[in-house]
Design a protein around this ligand. Structure first.
Ligand code: ADP
Ligand code: MG
Length: 243
């Protein structure tokens, strides 16, 4: 391994460890979305561009830097399911929409839990709509760290078309997890659905396996959804729960 590669590796791991240690110190089990996404980035998992804003003006500034359209989301250690409380506003196209969304999110969150600790609002790039997949990780009491993969929506929730693999695993194993799904033909391309970038998905599954093996204090991980494109894939929401 060259110097730059080892150097990069050291920087990578320290960022993830730092976030996990900080959360532990604060007694938090659920990482915030920006924290979970930073960890994803450490492991080469592509996520939507994001910045945290603490007021409306800053949110507009962030939106301008990221580029419209943007999505705003609540960042609070007390709110895990953000859209359930009206904490997610998508497809914001201009400054006035960003300020309105900021106010609305704060209003919704306060209505839900007046005592919720609010870190700020996450301003992020709006990912182009595409086929949605879900990547998860759990600690099975018998088999240990396990990664799961499936297509979003009805495929996971109703048809239970999900594949599991015990970590650590190889890229070939990751490919099997994908091609072994009943819904795999949808990823290969179907009518007006373009073929999905299978290699990008293999990369995400392999990286997830590495991440949970490097950091056994991760109890649960949830990349839901991940948009998969003809070229590349992008994680839109990331959740990590510590033990
Ligand atoms: P939660 O799961 O905590 O309710 P998400 O971050 O998953 O919140 O947001 C809810 C939904 O909003 C997502 O499933 C997705 O459909 C949409 N969404 C969220 N962020 C983006 C984004 N950056 N680009 C496009 N759609 C998004
Ligand atoms: Mg989600």
């Amino acid at each position: 391994m060259s110097y730059s590669e080892t150097h990069k590796e050291v920087k990578y791991l320290s960022q993830t460890s730092k976030i996990i240690n900080q959360a532990k110190k604060e007694g938090r089990k659920a990482l915030l979305e920006p924290e979970a996404k930073t960890i994803c980035m450490d492991y080469g998992i592509c996520v939507t561009k994001f910045k945290v804003a603490v007021n409306e003006k800053e949110a507009v500034h962030c939106a301008e830097e990221i580029g419209y359209p943007v999505v705003l989301k609540i960042v609070s250690p007390d709110i895990i399911h953000k859209s359930d409380v009206g904490g997610v506003m998508v497809n914001l196209n201009k400054p006035a929409e960003v300020t309105d969304a900021y106010k609305k999110i704060m209003e919704n969150v306060k209505k839900y839990n007046a005592k919720a600790k609010i870190v700020g609002v996450l301003v992020q790039e709006m990912a182009r709509q595409s086929t949605e997949v879900i990547v998860g990780a759990v600690k099975d009491p018998q088999f240990g760290q396990t990664v799961m993969f499936g297509l979003g929506g009805i495929f996971v929730e109703i048809l239970k078309d999900i594949n599991f693999k015990i970590a650590p695993f190889t890229r070939d194993d990751a490919r099997d997890m994908i091609t072994g799904l009943k819904s795999y033909p949808l990823l290969k391309g179907y009518r007006n659905t373009p073929p999905a970038d299978i290699d990008a998905l293999i990369g995400i599954l392999f990286a997830t396996s590495r991440l949970i093996m490097d950091h056994p204090e991760i109890k649960e991980l949830d990349l839901n959804p991940v948009m998969v494109y003809r070229k590349g894939a992008k994680t839109v929401d990331a959740r990590i729960i510590l033990e």
